[in-house]
Design a protein around this ligand. Structure first.
Ligand SMILES: Cc1cc2nc3c(=O)[nH]c(=O)nc-3n(C[C@H](O)[C@H](O)[C@H](O)COP(=O)(O)O)c2cc1C
Length: 332
């Protein structure tokens, strides 16, 4: 444990084992992964759109929320000395997400403690979260979007910097955090290639309250991903990540070997049109590109497929060791 003062943060973000939120990953984040993340002491999360029932069946999101809440309650009763961290649900706030209103209603009823919103800041979404005691963290890629998100009522920001998996930003984390911190003193998370405890400490040194880590969780046993995808994360590094807008209409980071395996020239991909973004089926990526796999630049730190507790243990060990090493430099 470190002596971190997190009393300025909302309750839901206090008392974490390390200052980290596991980011929501399309398809990959399922209840097993979320529960393991929360039990390991960090905030676990999933996109609401991952819970997809067949036509005519009751909403799977409802069942997932019940499962996660009950399992974490059981864990907390059995382990009062090391309770699980709270969980977060990600809402894609894009006009093509036709499930948004229904999902907001379900999440409000289940009193979801942390709401992560992407692709559009909307007052009604923030109000829904606040109506059940939840907080909203909105992800942004620049200072303009950051200001808009706070104006619309988000409680905190996730700064998605260059090198992140999924729809990455283009700005250096050094620049982005500095610009946001010049006017915003609320909860601030940094996303983008954080895959080690050293990177997490660096995020804190920059002024972020917490790190936001995604890609390393793909290479865990609890993740809902094909074994080939997990193995590719473990065997690839930053040079294997290609940035392209072709697959979803907006710029994102992908594993080069998966593009090559699909028969495309990863070094010469054409651009796509942003208007092709459509989340009505959960992803804006057409089915033909199902095996084009996303990842951020930090995966060089992932050497093997492990389980979630092993991954979080490693990050914690590195975080503490790096903190002690630097603290020694500044001791009187
Ligand atoms: C395969 C994949 C799927 C993702 N899906 C989502 C998603 O559904 N919603 C979302 O807000 N972010 C999504 N992201 C972005 C992550 O939430 C996060 O910003 C990113 O993973 C952080 O960078 P890192 O992977 O380098 O740690 C995804 C990222 C990846 C790699």
């Amino acid at each position: 444990m470190t002596k971190r003062d997190d009393s300025h943060l909302p309750k839901a973000l206090q008392g974490l084992r390390i200052p980290m939120v596991a980011s929501p990953l399309f398809i990959i984040s399922v209840p097993d992964l979320v529960i393991a993340q929360c039990k390991a002491g960090i905030v676990g999360s999933f996109p609401a759109l991952n819970a997809r029932e067949a036509e005519g069946e009751p909403p799977l999101l409802e069942a997932w929320l019940t499962q996660i809440t009950e399992e974490l309650d059981r864990h907390n009763q059995a382990n009062p000395d090391r309770p699980a961290a709270p969980f977060a649900v990600n809402q894609i706030v894009h006009r093509s997400n036709t499930r948004l209103d229904r999902d907001l209603e379900i999440c409000t009823r289940h009193k979801v403690p942390i709401w992560i919103t992407s692709l559009g800041a909307r007052v009604e979404v923030n109000e829904a979260a606040h109506s059940c005691g939840g907080i909203v963290l909105h992800d942004i890629i620049n200072n303009t979007f950051a200001r808009k998100a706070i104006e619309k009522g988000a409680d905190g920001l996730i700064a998605v910097a260059a090198g992140a998996g999924g729809h990455a930003g283009q700005q250096s984390p050094f620049a982005l955090i500095r610009e946001i911190r010049s006017w915003f003193d609320g909860p601030l998370l940094l996303s983008g290639a954080i895959a080690t405890g050293e990177a997490l400490l660096a995020a804190r040194a920059l002024g972020a309250d917490l790190g936001y880590m995604g890609s390393p969780f793909i290479a865990t046993r609890e993740a809902n991903a094909q074994q080939g995808y997990k193995d590719m994360i473990a065997s690839s590094g930053a040079e294997d990540i290609v940035t392209s807008s072709l697959f979803t209409g907006v710029s994102g980071n992908y594993l080069k070997p998966s593009i090559t395996a699909a028969g495309m020239d990863a070094d010469n991909l054409p651009d796509a049109d942003a208007s092709s973004m459509n989340f009505s089926s959960g992803s804006s990526k057409p089915k033909a590109w199902k095996e084009i796999w996303g990842a951020g630049q930090g995966i060089g730190a992932v050497q093997a497929v492990t389980d979630v507790p092993t991954l979080v243990d490693r990050v914690e060990r590195e975080y503490i060791a790096a903190g002690k090493r630097l603290a020694a430099e500044f001791a009187d």
